[in-house]
Design a protein around this ligand. Structure first.
Ligand code: C2E
Ligand code: CA
Ligand code: CA
Length: 840
């Protein structure tokens, strides 16, 4: 409150004394008031000078408004009336107590009856009795004192409020404890929280509010700190009024005395429950995240774009085969990545540096492990987080070694697109490659060659030598094919015995022909399997993209037709597609359509052609030949539906219809007591596919009461080629056992093999018409007929010459020892109605 340091007064006194010492003994009062010495005193409101007895001799009336307000004139001893008795006494005591002094605060009465607080300062100058004077000031401090008192009161209130807010309302509970740890005081919130009276908490009472699990730990920490005096910071749970528990944080510091001993502990208890739970949840979620990462075997690369810190997780290092100490850098990563993928990684690293990485990305790169060098597939998945302004803040990339999955997926994909045995692409993949090539060739205006290949003997080998041999044949052929094919050729196994070859660099039929020649030659070189030689003939159909078709599927059809023609024309050859094949195919289609009508409308009617003993002219029997009745055009020959005899279902249906009609006719003849001799019907290869052909025929015969030895079945050698040979042999034996004869039709054409005669029970050989036709002009044909006759004779078979059209032919045949003939010269096919069998 005293804004003027006391030493100024002593300084002033010294200065005044010094002034007097130089002979300035007493100056007129007004002159004195002008003395610059006043500058050493506080800025006065009122200055006065009094004599040794206290009578004011001079007073500064002119300045300020203080003096005029006073209740009396302070001059002389008038100032006494301005003070009450106590103040007067106090002032006198102060003045008499020493040479000078103050400040003395008194109340000066004013004219308005108010007493104003005033502060007096004074100094005595000169020796007592020898011109001794008082110099003094009066300062009106009423307003100031008032203000300060008010401020003080406010400060006090504020302090009280502050205390109330900080202690009563603060979530913290303040407490103090004695040096031995006994609680001495505890804030009121303790009760609010725990429902325990603060008095009960004193000493060690508070321990009763602790969670039982936290007691031991809390006490042991608290005790340890009591002896060390170090600050305490413990978390524990306290029981609330409602019986629940809440996490609190207790912190305390010791106040030490001058002797270094703890005087008292000051502490607070703070509710940290929410924080603690959040912390717990965070660390649990972190733990979960860590476990998830660990169990997913994910490696992590984390780049903080702001600080530039890059982190390689331990799992990521392990994945790359890096030690924990090896410094991880972009160059190291570039060194590990497969050279083919290096540019991609470099582009990604550049994007990271430029901050232009997309929000999310995925890439699978190959690396060579740093430790073993093993090639691994690593899939990376990255995320970039960006600030509001769009700048990348963090890039996190996870890595997963997907080598095994990739390998497995690759195996599955391979298996789905390849033939496991020959390891060639399967039809789907091969065809997809073909389509790709066709698209490319189309765009570039280029041609390319296509071959469809069919192994001729696979069925026979499967049947005769078993499937192992068949498999060996397939694999052997695939190998040879691959060895001979041009390097850019695309091979495929399209089905059982069917292969495909696309030759992108072959654009001409001649080149395709020469490739086919090489393929057939290499296929023909003997292939040994378990000591046996496997024959591998191959039929090929070829077509040129651009020349024969402009679309992949059309090209495939063209080559397919050419292959069909190769097989039909005697196998073991290449047929290049030509447009007539398409016409033939269309013709086949229309024949089959027609045959469907024939079957559906049961239009079949057999014609019978006699088989004659050419020596006597006796009819030995008849061959039933299919005819069908066209609704408008009348009787049609089987040639109009010939393709249907090669159709799996229609051929069987036609045989069935023929059988029914023939048996019906035979039954009629039998009932008419006619003896037409043996009746032969023609069987199709498809009839043998079911395995019940003999049963169907024999049960038919039984149903119509016709003996087996009146019946004959004609088969061509194609029957032996197409289906399970064992089944065919069984069926034929079945016939023979029932007395039904088996004739081998069209003998000498097609794929005649003498082993067929040995293997299958054949009773009759029918010499094909083509050998008989010009037997009178072609000595080679005569030689063949001669050979067949001798062959049949040595096997004990009947030999029948077909297509005997002239007497000369009949004569030559007889000379060659062929007795039985069939032909227009001997009798044309006739309907049953016109049929006049000779009476038996
Ligand atoms: P294929 O079994 O060789 O029948 C003999 C064919 O030669 C018959 O023709 C017959 O009319 C004809 N032919 C007989 N003598 C002479 C002759 O002196 N000169 C000439 N140029 N031809 C003669 P078709 O009836 O037109 O039958 C043709 C082929 O149709 C048959 O040849 C046979 O392979 C097949 N076929 C006929 N009927 C049936 C049938 O019911 N079932 C099956 N699967 N095929 C049948
Ligand atoms: Ca026949
Ligand atoms: Ca024939």
């Amino acid at each position: 409150m005293d804004r003027f340091a006391d030493h100024r007064f002593s300084d002033a006194r010294l200065a005044l004394e010094a002034g007097l010492a130089v002979g300035d003994s007493f100056l007129p009062a007004h002159d004195l008031l002008l003395s610059p010495l006043f500058e050493h005193v506080s800025p006065p409101l009122l200055r006065w000078v009094a004599d040794a007895r206290g009578r004011i001799g001079a007073i500064e009336r002119e300045r300020g408004d203080f003096a005029p307000r006073l209740a009396a004139d302070p001059a002389g001893l008038g100032w006494r009336h301005l003070l009450d008795r106590d103040d007067r006494r106090m002032l006198l005591r102060a003045m008499l107590g020493g040479k000078g002094g103050g400040p003395v605060v008194v109340r000066l009465r004013c004219a308005d009856g108010q007493a104003r607080w005033s502060q007096l300062r004074f100094a005595r100058v000169g020796a007592p009795g020898a011109g001794e004077r008082w110099y003094g000031t009066v300062e009106d401090i009423h307003d100031q004192r008032d203000r300060e008192a008010r401020l003080l009161a406010e400060a006090l209130t504020e302090s009280r409020e502050h205390y109330r807010w900080s202690v009563d309302l603060s979530p913290q509970v303040p407490w103090t404890a004695s040096p031995d740890g006994g609680i001495q005081e505890v804030g009121p919130r303790w009760f609010e929280l725990t429902g325990m009276m603060p008095e009960q908490a004193l000493g060690t009472g508070w321990v009763g509010a602790l969670h039982p699990d936290d007691v031991e730990r809390t006490i042991s920490i608290w005790t340890a700190h009591l002896s060390s005096g170090a600050p305490v910071d413990i978390d524990y749970r306290i029981r609330l009024r409602d019986g629940g528990y809440r996490w609190m944080r207790a912190r305390a510091s010791a106040r030490f005395g001058a002797d270094g001993q703890v005087v008292r502990w000051y502490g607070t208890l703070e509710d940290v429950h929410a924080e603690r739970l959040a912390q717990q949840a965070l660390s649990e979620s972190e733990e979960r995240f860590r476990l998830a990462i660990q169990s997913a075997r994910l490696g992590i690369w984390d780049f903080d774009c702001v600080t530039g810190v890059r982190t390689w997780s331990p799992e990521f290092r392990r994945m790359l085969g890096l030690s924990e100490t090896q410094p991880a850098t972009a160059d190291l990563a570039l060194g590990l990545v497969h050279s083919d993928d290096r540019d991609r990684l470099r582009a990604m690293l550049d994007a990271v540096a430029a901050g232009s990485l997309p929000q999310h990305f995925e890439a699978t790169l190959r690396i060579h492990r740093a430790d073993t060098g093993a090639l691994r597939w690593i899939r990376s998945t990255g995320w970039t987080t960006r600030s509001d302004s769009g700048r990348p803040q963090r890039i996190i990339v996870t890595f997963l070694d997907v080598t095994e999955e990739r390998d497995a997926a690759e195996r599955v994909r391979w298996a789905a697109t390849h033939d496991a045995m020959t390891r060639l692409p399967n039809r789907a993949l091969w065809q997809a490659s073909l389509e790709g090539l066709a698209g490319q060739a189309q765009a570039e205006g280029q041609g390319f060659g296509l071959m469809m290949l069919d192994i001729d003997d696979l069925k026979r080998i499967n049947d005769s030598l078993g499937h192992d041999a068949g498999d060996a044949l397939l694999c052997g052929f695939a190998e040879r094919l691959a060895a001979v094919a041009p390097p850019d050729a695309v091979l495929g196994r399209l089905g059982g015995d069917e292969f495909g070859l696309v030759a992108p660099s072959i654009g001409h039929a001649a080149a395709l022909q020469s490739l086919a020649d090489r393929i057939m030659a290499s296929a023909r070189t003997p292939l040994a399997h378990q000591g046996r030689q496997l024959d591998c003939g191959v039929s090929i159909g070829g077509a040129i993209f651009g020349d024969h078709a402009d679309r992949a599927d059309d090209l495939l059809k063209a080559a397919d037709l050419a292959l069909y023609a190769s097989k039909r024309d005697g196998r073991g050859r290449l047929t290049m597609f030509h447009s007539s094949l398409r016409a033939e195919a269309q013709q086949r289609d229309s024949m089959i359509r027609m045959a469907r009508h024939v079957v559906a409308d049961r239009l079949v009617t057999p014609y019978y052609q006699p088989r004659v003993d050419m020596r006597s002219g006796a009819v030995l029997g008849y061959e039933a030949l299919l005819r069908w009745r066209h609704p408008r055009l009348g009787i049609q020959s089987p040639g109009s539906i010939a393709a249907a005899f090669d159709h799996a279902e229609i051929a069987v249906a036609l045989t069935g219809l023929m059988l029914d009609a023939v048996l019906t006719d035979m039954r009629g003849w039998l009932e008419a007591a006619l003896a037409p001799g043996r009746i032969a019907i023609n069987a199709a290869a498809a009839d043998f596919a079911q395995g019940d052909f003999a049963d169907r025929v024999l049960s038919g015969l039984a149903r119509f009461g016709i003996p087996g030895d009146c019946f004959e079945v004609e088969v061509t050698e194609s029957v032996f080629l197409d289906r399970g040979a064992d089944q065919v042999a069984r069926t034929l034996r079945h016939f023979v056992d029932a007395g039904v004869r088996v004739a081998l039709d069209d003998f000498g054409t097609g794929f005649a093999s003498l082993t067929h005669l040995k293997r299958y029970p054949v009773d009759v050989l029918k010499i094909d018409r083509s050998f008989v036709q010009d037997i009178d002009r072609d000595s080679a044909n005569a030689a063949i007929v001669d050979a067949i006759v001798k062959l049949g004779g040595s096997f004990g078979m009947e030999v029948v010459a077909e297509g005997v059209e002239t007497a000369v032919q009949a004569q030559i045949l007889l000379e060659l020892g062929c007795v039985v003939g069939q032909g227009f010269h001997l009798g044309r096919p006739q309907p049953a109605s016109a049929f006049r069998p000779r009476p038996a």
